[in-house]
Design a binder for this molecule. Structure first.
Ligand SMILES: Cc1cc2nc3c(=O)[nH]c(=O)nc-3n(C[C@H](O)[C@H](O)[C@H](O)COP(=O)(O)OP(=O)(O)OC[C@H]3O[C@@H](n4cnc5c(N)ncnc54)[C@H](O)[C@@H]3O)c2cc1C
Length: 383
């Protein structure tokens, strides 16, 4: 499949036919512009083309594909939510992921058994977060044996319990994003414009005009802005700040020892951390909650001594056998919104919608965010 990095929004020229070169001042025009080639932008573009295959879509990315939070995402999908709105988004995203898997043949998602370590007193609160209405159950003897094999030295306090739920999902966010973008680019009128950093959005002659840092521009009937952690440094910065958006460093360590074939994930619920078997990499991912707020994606971000101390403390307490294998990991920034609830809303008019606030869960909530963004633009009621 070819990737078009520049385009006029018109059908590609036949062999031997001279390409259309826009007149000076003439900006390429699209039906829909999607700013952002991460999982939220790619899903938005994909759904737009599914809904209306004739719609010409331009996807814009300020550098290239795979330069955002999606590339480093751990891809763990626990359909949970800390409030009813987040649970509804999670449940809808699960249903949309099933549809995607059916349509694409493979959405890069594998079921993974999940066990939870939580204070006994917080069990009911954990049950209340489950978006599918399910509940946790005490682990069986067999499950406990497997936990002991998978998590060397597994230990917990007398006031804590190990629980199980139905299997959840380990996804591959960048792989899925690439597949979605490829599917969009199969449409002859669609384009991926890389290196197009949108610095401004304005209206001109009933159209939305997207201006780039180098002075170039495109126009579109409508636009979705899905800038991930760049939300505070681009065309929707003011609107995002108004809605309480902030950025934060997100850290997931690697535990460089191979997970047994049937190893479950272990969620350390009260620490907002998890250990996920990462099959493609042949190691574990250990996601922690880094305390570094207001760290944007253009800063030099690194896993630092504070993150490492936090990770070591948790491992020393719960899985000491992993301590020697704690080595490296993935770090990036994500956009967080109040209540960890994504903001999908119009900006200065009905023709521009922003979809921001992955809040460390932007992969698992992306399908519903994308659907809501398009529903707003297409004048449908929010689902
Ligand atoms: C280490 C780590 C682990 C994570 N683990 C999980 C997990 O297990 N489960 C989960 O659900 N979530 C997880 N997340 C969160 C999730 O990955 C993100 O919330 C999600 O990927 C955000 O997707 P996005 O499309 O909004 O942003 P991004 O993937 O960051 O994409 C943003 C896009 O916007 C473009 N862009 C931005 N500004 C402009 C501009 N002005 N002009 C043009 N283009 C622009 C960028 O080029 C990029 O293409 C994790 C995140 C990190 C960092």
């Amino acid at each position: 499949m070819s990737e078009r990095t520049t385009g006029t929004g018109e059908a590609p020229p036949e062999a031997g036919e001279a390409p259309h070169i826009p007149e000076a001042g003439e900006a390429p025009h699209y039906d829909l512009a999607v700013v952002g080639a991460g999982v939220v932008g790619a899903l938005t573009a994909y759904y737009a083309v599914q809904r209306d295959p004739g719609r010409r879509v331009a996807v814009l990315a300020h550098t290239g594909r795979g330069s955002g939070a999606t590339r480093l995402s751990a891809g763990f999908d626990t359909p949970t939510g800390h409030n009813p709105a987040q649970r509804a988004l999670a449940a809808r995203s699960t249903a949309l992921f099933h549809k995607l898997a059916a349509a694409l043949g493979d959405a890069g998602r594998t079921p993974v058994d999940v066990r939870w370590l939580v204070a006994r007193a917080h069990t009911a609160a954990l049950d209340a977060t489950l978006a599918d209405g399910g509940r946790t159950l005490p682990v069986t003897g067999e499950q406990r044996d497997l936990l002991d094999r998978a998590f060397p030295g597994l230990a917990h306090g007398d006031d804590e319990v190990l629980l199980s739920t139905d299997p959840m999902t380990a996804g591959q966010p960048q792989w899925l994003t690439d597949r979605l973008l490829d599917a969009v680019l199969d449409g002859p009128g669609n384009t991926l414009l890389e290196g197009f950093r949108v610095t401004g959005v304005r209206r001109s002659g009933g159209r939305v005009e997207l201006l780039a840092a180098d002075g170039s521009r495109i126009t579109a009937d409508r636009a979705v802005i899905a800038p991930g952690p760049w939300a505070l440094d681009g065309p929707v910065a003011a609107a995002a700040r108004e809605r309480g958006a902030r950025v934060k460093k997100v850290v997931a360590f690697h535990i460089m020892t191979p997970p047994p074939p049937d190893a479950p994930a272990l969620v350390l619920e009260d620490a907002d951390a998890f250990l996920l078997p990462h099959r493609p990499g042949g190691h574990w991912i250990f996601s922690i909650t880094s305390p570094d707020w207001d760290r944007g994606p253009d800063e030099p971000l690194a896993i630092d001594a504070r993150d490492r101390a936090l990770a070591r403390d948790l491992l020393a307490r719960y899985v000491p056998g992993f301590l020697p294998h704690l080595l490296g990991g993935r770090v990036f920034s994500d956009c967080f919104t109040p209540g960890h609830l994504p903001v999908v809303d119009t900006v200065d008019g009905d023709d521009v919608v922003m979809a921001i606030g992955g809040s460390g869960s932007g992969y698992r909530l992306a399908p519903a965010m994308a659907e809501d963004a398009l529903n707003l633009l297409d004048g449908r009621t929010r689902t």
